[in-house]
Design a protein around this ligand. Structure first.
Ligand code: PGA
Length: 241
């Protein structure tokens, strides 16, 4: 595991974009996973800037969604894949058939298998950039998720429901189940990058870096992955030791 310290949020965004751009340059047909949430917005801005200026070419890149709420309308604006399209894929000019998203109305078992099949057919995920949940989750792999878990439907923890309530109008409106790439699926990505920003993540980042590797903090998976990078700003690294 390599740790990269960024001075502030903008620096974090530039440095994490640099990793994604290097991947796309090295392998133009990369299969990528990028996270939703607040943390990656600066990274997305940098990627769009690079594509618009001609410094990067995403023409052959394909994407798989990390996670998605289940049992919502396919055209719900709060669908995570719709959010990712708005914030990144449409501005990057990614074709619809290069974006593999969970269908929130699909049959859960079949949908999880379909996404695993897409990943296998494309020869595996080259790079996954992930955010760090306040409880250490990766995607919707909540504490307790086995390290060898595959892509599946999961129940959200009360903590994740609370942290997503703002997007849904209230806790009761947050869907109770979601799809996520499994921790085993994430572990098979050729490279994984964790982007972490701000003082409110300092406690859970310190646990990710220092606690025993265990399913109690899913992000400790980064400590056993053979090619992992944690990139965090100074505020997030405050308690890292
Ligand atoms: P955030 O979300 O980037 O909005 O903090 C991270 C996560 O919960 O995975």
């Amino acid at each position: 595991m390599k740790i990269i310290e960024a001075g502030d949020y903008d620096d974090l965004s530039r440095k994490s974009a640099g990793i994604v751009l290097a991947q796309v340059k090295a392998k133009p047909s990369s299969l990528l996973v990028l996270p939703t949430g607040n943390t990656p917005l600066g990274l997305f801005r940098e990627l769009v800037k690079a594509a618009k200026s001609g410094a990067a070419n995403f023409g052959q890149v394909a994407f798989v969604t990390l996670d998605e709420y289940a049992d919502i309308a396919s055209d719900d604006r709060r669908r995570l894949s719709s959010w990712l399209s708005r914030e990144l894929l449409t501005p990057l000019g990614i074709a619809a058939d290069a974006f593999h998203a969970f269908d929130p109305r699909g049959n859960p078992g079949a949908e999880a298998e379909r996404i695993e099949g897409v990943i296998a057919a494309r020869g595996g995920i080259d790079l996954a950039v992930l955010g760090l949940g306040p409880n250490g989750h990766l995607g919707f792999n909540e504490p307790g998720s086995p390290f060898d878990s595959r892509t599946r439907l999961v129940s959200l923890t009360p903590e994740s429901i609370r942290s997503n309530a703002a997007y849904w109008g209230g806790e009761v409106d947050v869907p109770s189940t979601a799809y996520t790439l499994g921790l085993g699926t994430i572990n098979e990505c050729r490279s994984v990058v964790l982007v972490v920003s701000g003082a409110r993540k300092a406690g859970i980042l310190a646990r990710t870096l220092n606690d025993a590797v265990s399913i109690n903090v899913p992000a400790t998976l980064f400590r056993v992955h053979p090619s992992s990078i944690v990139i965090a700003d100074r505020d997030a690294l405050a308690f890292a030791g």
